[in-house]
Structures are given as C-alpha cells and as structure tokens.
Design a protein around this ligand. Structure first.
Ligand SMILES: Nc1ncnc2c1ncn2[C@@H]1O[C@H](COP(=O)(O)OP(=O)(O)OP(=O)(O)O)[C@@H](O)[C@H]1O
Length: 237
C-alpha cells in the first residue's frame, strides 16, 4: 500500500517577472506520510504559506510535481487533475490562524457546510458533525453562534470543520497563534491524535518552538529548499 500523504518534488515558485521577481522556492522536495504530523518552520517571508497554498491546490507552482496520496495533482506546469476545487473539497482540510467560521451560521451549520456542499445528506452530515463537536468537547455549543464561543472553542470548531469531509490531508497555517500556551498544546495534541487515528497527513506552520517536540517531523525552509528532520515525537499521557 502506498503510504504517501503529501509528496513534493523539485518544486519551484517564483512570483513576478524581471526586477520585481521574488524567488520563494527552488527545487524544494518533501514527503509527509499518512499518519504523520509535520511542523513547517521558517523565518517570516521564507515561503511557508506559499508552500501550503501550493500543496492545497490554491496557488500554482512555477515548476515541479505535487502528489496528494497516490494522485499527481501538479505536473510541472499544469494541474493534472480536472478540478483543483474538487480536490480541495474532497481531500483537504484547512485550518487557519483566524478561525474563519461564518459569523451568521451557528457552529453546527458551519461544520456541515462543506459535506452538504459535497452532496452528503443534511441528516448524515449533522450526525457526523455532532460526533466531531463532541470529540472536541464542544457538543453543547452546536447551536451557539461563533461570537458566543471563546477563542479556543472557536478554534476547535474550526478544526472540526476542517475534518468534516474526512480529509486525507490537513494543512494548518499557524492554528495556535491566537491561543495561550496550554490551549496551543491542547490543539497540537488533538492534531497529532487525528493524524494517528485517522491516518491523516498533517502539515502545521508554527513559529512556536515549544510545539515542535510534539511533531513527528520538522520541515524547514532554508535557502529556498525544504530541509526535513525526522524525530521521535513526545508521547502524550
Ligand atoms: N501573490 C504574491 N505576489 C508576489 N509576492 C508574493 C505573493 N505572495 C507571497 N509573496 C512573497 O513570497 C514570499 C513568501 O511569502 P509567504 O507568505 O509564503 O511567507 P511566510 O513564510 O508564510 O511568511 P510569514 O511567516 O510572515 O507568514 C514573501 O517574500 C512574499 O512577499
């Protein structure tokens, strides 16, 4: 069985042309396997978000190849899939620094939005969403509005939403930046548990070195390339 979650080979990204050119990545390669929880670290402006957005089929690379699972999605100069939006909806879960819950929908409605858009019947989507909200300990907030939840609760709801379509891959861009340390550690523990239990490949951008011991792999961007350090992650009680 192929255990690749995310594979990137010789990825190059250059923004702009001529004097305005910004070379972000040059022949960068990485792999995150199913069930692996990887951190992505690098100084500001090094290209973390750009890399995540290319893996997430949002930003077009200049060249290189990207596989999600066993599917080649970017092949040198074109998407090799018909519809990148479909891949995003079906295979990927995104978590951002701000939770981006829709303020005029309650928590449950926010979580079922993607599955119902994907054609899952509302009842089934609600059942699954409630399981996720219970898992994240906010089942009692299902009918509350985002404005009625704390920062940590909203972030957990956003993680539940990211998992609502059973993604194979989760891309998280500084998901703990707005949280205090103990809540940040909590979120990181949850992400790691999800990676293991659901065999999801997760990349989490973080600036917080204190969270790195909880990750299986540390990806850093150095001289426009990705350097990978594999480690034994700290186990949780
Ligand atoms: N659409 C764009 N057009 C031109 N340049 C861009 C564009 N998006 C990003 N860049 C440039 O690419 C580089 C990488 O940006 P990116 O946002 O990926 O960095 P980052 O590592 O995520 O930074 P931070 O930690 O500050 O969020 C930066 O120099 C940025 O100015």
């Amino acid at each position: 069985m192929n255990d690749t979650g995310i594979r990137v080979e010789n990825l190059t990204k250059i923004f702009g042309k001529g004097d305005a050119q910004v070379r972000v990545l040059e022949n960068a390669s990485l792999e995150v396997k199913k069930g692996e929880f990887a951190a992505l670290v690098a100084p500001s402006g090094a290209g973390k978000t750009t890399l995540l957005m290319m893996i997430g089929c949002v930003e077009k690379p200049t060249s290189g190849k990207i596989w999600l699972g066993d599917e080649l999605v970017w092949d040198e100069d074109h998407w090799s899939i018909r519809d990148p939006r479909k891949i995003r909806r079906e295979k990927l879960g995104f978590i951002f620094q701000a939770h981006y819950l829709i303020p005029f929908l309650n928590i449950l409605e926010n979580v079922i939005l993607i599955p119902t858009t994907n054609g899952i019947p509302r009842k089934a989507a609600e059942k699954k969403a409630m399981e996720l909200l219970d898992y994240f300990d906010i089942g009692d907030k299902a009918h509350a509005m985002p404005s009625q939840l704390s920062g940590g609760q909203n972030q957990r709801a956003a993680i539940a939403r990211a998992l609502s379509n059973d993604p194979h891959i989760v891309l998280a861009d500084e998901p703990t930046a707005a949280l205090d340390m103990s809540r940040a550690v909590n979120v990181v523990k949850m992400l790691r548990k999800i990676a293991k239990e659901r065999q999801v490949a997760i990349i989490m951008v973080t600036h917080d070195a204190r969270l790195l011991p909880y990750c299986d792999k540390i990806l850093s961007i150095e001289n426009r390339k990705v350097v990978t350090k594999t480690q034994v992650a700290q186990e949780f009680i």
